[in-house]
Design a protein. Structure first.
Length: 523
């Protein structure tokens, strides 16, 4: 009787367990499906906004801002995430260069467009640039279109409140109009408009004064909106994205929820997997860098990294340098360390730092400089493969190589180490997609490169999956390895059938181009 009473619960538990096993077993297909659904839903939001006439739109609600219409990221430095009208906004601070450089070239605005944004100024409005065509000077909001007379209108700060600012340009009608809080404030007669070949940039750009304002909900329209439409933008009680693409935004949030939930399931499976342990990383024989930092150095680097990560700052930047000790390949060294921000850092979900180590010799003079970046977010196996094949071909790239990094005895994760020392004759420049350029020029056939990739992947699969500092689960790492192999298969490798004659020809061409001539075609 007792077993019979428990039977429904046991059946239910068995069904749940079977469902979990099935979901994990089909990880590759589900990861592709969920990633594709998020990408399609995201593109649908941009398509809906584009169909409504929106050329570009930034809501600044995400940690790393991006153009909702094109889906491209922006480059932001010095700004901070603050509370916006409904979600988040970007604060531009005068204490450092604060800017958001977008993916939109100014010539893309054309002869007819509308610019709309919400701006919150401090109590004292100082001279500054909002973007290339809109500035504050002498307590006035100034519209500065190229080749036109400036149009200025007094503006007063409303502490704690965002104000709507917009202007329309209609070259065919020969008129540009400035609006504040939905009301027209002035107009000017237009001459032929020629945009400069620059990217649209908010805040301080090069030689402009420091910016001090908060920016939210920026939209650029591919036509000159009517006064009624501008007034409606200033009066709307919801964000532009919500009002124009609510259903598609809901579908996007649902797709992200499913993706993140499945990722949490895979992570839970990893937590109960006894085979995933740091010992598998060290037993793989990978080079290790054991850093030794003082408490002040740890606090300094943590503060800089957390500030950069929390505010999504991805413009090229570096922290202050600190002298540290480390143990590398069993040898104690001194080095100068600094953190790096920019495109080469890992995904925003990664807790790993990107940093450089300038190794010092016995006299304290710089000897080598290494760049260490998280393996996730980069085609790390393809980079390692290109370096291995280049070494086998006689080229001297000292790096990249996959290494284990620890700080004060605590494991930090797996990194890709690249040698930046220009005086070592390294062929590797640390550039994106260089693996493709290098592999397609080396004297190796396609089947040789694939076989070498499989050997590298087989050796590194276990340590990569055991890296608990990675934001990816073991199933996602295996999926990424397979993706990188497909990239290698699709690369423009020589598909000539292997033969002694073909190999001799390839080696001869490579020796002539890369080793004999080098950078001097007239050698």
């Amino acid at each position: 009787m007792r077993l019979r009473s428990r039977l429904p619960a046991l059946v239910a538990a068995g069904l749940v367990l079977a469902a979990i096993v099935g979901l994990v077993a089909r990880a590759d297909a589900l990861l592709d499906l969920l990633a594709g659904s998020v990408a399609r839903a995201d593109a649908a939001v941009g398509n809906r906004l584009s169909a409504a006439g929106v050329l570009a739109y930034w809501d600044f609600d995400e940690v790393r801002p991006r153009n909702r219409v094109s889906g491209r990221d922006v480059e932001t430095g010095g700004t901070r995430i603050v509370r916006g009208r409904y979600g988040s906004a970007r604060a531009f601070r005068p204490g450092r260069q604060s800017f958001v450089r977008t993916d939109v070239p100014l010539p893309a605005l054309g002869p007819q467009f509308t610019f709309s944004c919400w701006v919150r100024f401090p109590e004292k409005v100082r001279n500054q640039q909002i973007f290339q065509y809109l500035a504050v000077a002498g307590g006035k909001l100034v519209l500065r279109l190229p080749g036109q007379k400036p149009l200025a209108w007094p503006i007063e700060a409303a502490p704690g409140r965002f104000r709507h600012v917009a202007f329309t340009v209609d070259e065919a009608a020969g008129t540009a109009r400035l609006y504040i809080d939905g009301e027209p404030q002035g107009s000017l007669a237009l001459q032929p408009l020629v945009h400069k070949s620059l990217q649209l940039c908010f805040g301080q750009d090069r030689w402009t004064p420091p910016a001090a304002f908060a920016l939210d909900e920026v939209s650029v329209w591919a036509r000159a909106l009517s006064p009624e439409e501008v007034r409606a933008l200033a009066r709307q009680r919801r964000s532009l994205g919500t009002s124009r693409a609510f259903a598609r935004l809901a579908a996007l949030y649902a797709a992200r929820t499913f993706r993140d939930t499945y990722g949490a399931l895979l992570l839970a499976v990893d937590l109960f997997n006894p085979l995933l342990h740091e010992s598998r990383i060290y037993s793989a024989g990978l080079p290790s860098y054991a850093l030794e930092l003082s408490r002040n150095d740890v606090r300094h680097f943590n503060a800089w990294f957390n500030d950069t990560a929390d505010n999504g700052l991805n413009a090229p930047a570096t922290s202050d340098k600190r002298k540290v000790d480390l143990l590398v390949r069993g040898r104690r060294r001194s080095a100068v360390m600094e953190l790096v921000a920019g495109r080469q850092t890992g995904p925003e979900t990664s807790s790993k730092r990107t940093f450089t180590l300038e190794l010092l010799d016995a006299d304290g003079e710089p000897e080598r400089k290494l760049l260490l970046r998280p393996v996730e977010g980069a085609p790390y196996l393809l980079d390692a493969l290109a370096a291995k094949l280049a070494r086998d071909s006689g080229l001297p790239p000292v790096a990249p190589e996959i290494v284990a990094v620890s700080t004060n005895g605590s494991f930090d994760g797996l990194y890709l180490a690249a040698d930046l020392s220009g005086d070592k004759g390294s062929f590797w420049r640390g550039e994106a997609e260089q693996w493709r350029e290098l592999i397609t020029r080396l004297p190796f056939f396609r089947d040789q490169a694939l076989a070498e990739f499989d050997r590298i992947a087989g050796r590194l699969k276990a340590p990569l999956c055991s890296d608990r500092k990675s934001p990816l689960t073991s199933r996602e790492i295996v999926h990424e390895i397979r993706r990188q192999r497909r990239l290698l298969e699709d690369a423009a490798l020589d598909r000539t059938p292997r033969s002694d004659e073909a190999l001799v020809a390839r080696v001869a061409d490579f020796v002539r181009e890369e080793i004999f001539l080098g950078d001097n075609p007239h050698a």
